[in-house]
Design a protein around this ligand. Structure first.
Ligand code: LLP
Length: 458
């Protein structure tokens, strides 16, 4: 007997809940820039992770860095899905706290650290040392001793002096696994301050100059060290796949040269991080699926050309996991009309976000907490620090009636913001508030003036 349902139209997929209609003066959310959980609330507020930003400001004060834990988790999952045979090492320099370490651990990722502080935090939060990769162009001897004592999984060697230092620190009975960070001579076309694949910068050992080959030769001669692979990182906020493909080609050529000279086949290739995110609607973000297929293709092809087995690939994203998971909330302190501009001053600035001043980074902002019917106009959002360069957003459209006490939310602030905050002008650093499933909790508390004064013991 024929199945009664055979040929019946498939059950239609449930419609997603419609966004409430926009009230006059409410601008739609810029897609791909806010965490996926962000919702517009009828009072003009936004909620992230199910928590209203107005409530966060009321409970935790401003400026407040907010981290959507589900977004962070989903971004880890996205990498695992796009690169199933690849090791994903989260770059802790983008943002590292105990909760972040726990998430990275829970997701089964490896962890890249680059200082004694990051290493100590990871270990104290229970991260397995075996899955830690230690980086840095100038690791102090104390850091190398600590890392070898802890038996950190891999240390990425960046210069010839470090090799000698590390060999002295390493335990002779259990050779320390190392990778050599090479400079492939690839320009990723990003800001000069975050370009690391070219010859004229401080990171890595050049293939072209012969420094990379000298490092390999020296490590292979030292019984305290075990060379397991190569590393390269071509820069940050890179949106094109071609520079990665070129770096893979050049690195595989070098792997083949190592094999031909020493008869050693290195089993790991770490191509670093650097995947771009969108800070504004004008920005291109790296498509991880495209990167995955381009890099895998280039790796397979180059290895086949050299008749070499394909090494295990590692990628080290930081920004693309943490960045879009963060939103920062500020309070407007004053509005000034001077020259041809409207200057909106907020209660933070270059101490909690030095990126605009350092890299010319651009952001957007949004009024939250009330609905304005005023037309929008371009304004300049500035901080409260004693520098004319303390400009958070050079130009963003906000309602013309923006005034003292308004809240502004700035998205895409999860990476290299909390992590790079300073105490300039003796300003305490903002808290990091985690949101998830309708709840918020303080992950890192707000610094106080008392914290700052307590260090000054002279
Ligand atoms: N691996 C290594 C060896 C790195 O040096 C970095 C970043 C990464 C991975 C992660 O790169 P990401 O995926 O996060 O782009 N403060 C600058 C970025 C500095 C990046 C330093 N190294 C910024 O705010 O744009």
């Amino acid at each position: 007997m024929a199945d009664a349902d055979a040929g019946a139209a498939p059950e239609p997929a449930p419609e997603p809940a419609p966004e409430p209609p926009l009230e006059p003066g409410v601008v739609p959310l810029e897609p791909g820039i806010w965490p996926a959980s962000t919702r517009r609330l009828s009072c003009g507020d936004l909620s992230v992770g199910g928590v209203g930003l107005v409530d966060i400001a009321a409970e935790h004060g401003t400026p407040a860095n907010v981290l959507d834990l589900a977004e962070f988790r989903a971004r880890c999952e996205n990498y695992r899905r796009a690169l199933p045979d690849t090791e994903i090492a989260y770059a802790g320099k983008a943002l590292l706290t105990r909760a972040v370490v726990a998430l990275v651990h829970e997701q089964g990722l490896a962890l890249d650290v680059c200082s004694e502080g990051e290493l100590a935090l990871a270990v104290s939060a229970g991260f397995p040392v075996q899955r830690i990769i230690l980086h840095g162009n100038a690791k102090p001897p104390t850091l190398l001793s600590l890392a070898t004592k802890l038996r950190v999984g891999r240390i990425v060697v960046d210069n010839l002096d470090e090799i000698e230092m590390l060999a002295r620190a390493a335990h002779r009975t259990a050779p320390q696994p190392v990778l050599v960070r090479i400079t492939p001579g690839v320009d990723a076309g990003t800001h000069r301050a975050i370009t690391t694949g070219t010859e004229d910068q401080k990171f890595g050992l050049s293939i072209k100059s012969g420094a990379a080959a000298a490092a390999v030769r020296r490590i292979l001669a030292l019984p305290a060290l075990r060379l397991v692979g190569l590393h390269c990182h071509i820069g940050s906020q890179v949106s094109a796949v071609e520079p990665y493909v070129e770096a893979v080609r050049r690195t595989v050529n070098f792997l083949a040269a190592v094999r031909d000279e020493h008869g050693v086949t290195l089993e790991q290739l770490n191509i670093g991080g650097g995947h771009a995110i969108a800070y504004t609607p004008a920005d291109a973000e790296m498509r991880i699926d495209r990167l995955a297929s381009a890099v895998r293709g280039a790796l397979g092809h180059s290895c086949a050309q050299h008749d070499m087995s394909v090494p295990r690939l590692t990628v080290e994203p930081g920004r693309a996991i943490a960045g879009p998971s963060g939103v920062t909330v500020y309070t407007v302190l004053n509005v000034k009309h001077a020259g041809a501009r409207t200057w909106v001053a907020v209660d933070g600035g270059m101490s909690d976000n030095p990126r605009p001043a350092l890299y010319g980074a651009r952001y957007i902002a949004r009024l939250v907490g009330r609905v304005s019917s005023a037309a929008t106009e371009p304004v300049t959002v500035v901080g409260r620090h004693c520098e004319s360069g303390d400009i958070l957003i050079d130009s963003v459209r906000l309602p013309a009636d923006v005034h003292v006490g308004d809240l502004l939310a700035v998205p895409a602030t999860g990476a290299y913001q909390h992590a790079m905050a300073s105490n300039y002008n003796h300003t305490p650093r903002p808290p990091l508030v985690g949101v998830d499933n309708g709840r918020s909790r303080v992950l890192v508390r707000r610094e106080t003036v008392a914290d700052l004064l307590s260090r000054d013991v002279g």
